[in-house]
Design a protein around this ligand. Structure first.
Ligand code: ZN
Length: 59
């Protein structure tokens, strides 16, 4: 299923949380908004712990 909801593509740099919108641009910073359907990452980051563990291991 395709979602019409978009998310600010630069929210990580610009906002402290994902900014969702139905338009092509972010309503807060005016930057590009991208389709949130195939999320480039999960805000809840289920693999965050795994990644952090890996980082510790390589240190
Ligand atoms: Zn934005």
């Amino acid at each position: 299923m395709k979602s019409d909801i978009r998310v600010c593509s630069a929210w990580r740099e610009t906002h402290d949380r994902p900014v969702y919108t139905l338009s092509d641009t972010c309503p807060e910073c005016g930057g590009a908004a991208e389709n949130s359907a195939p999320a480039p990452f999960d805000p809840e980051d289920p693999y965050g712990e795994y990644r952090r563990a890996l980082k510790r291991r390589h240190r």
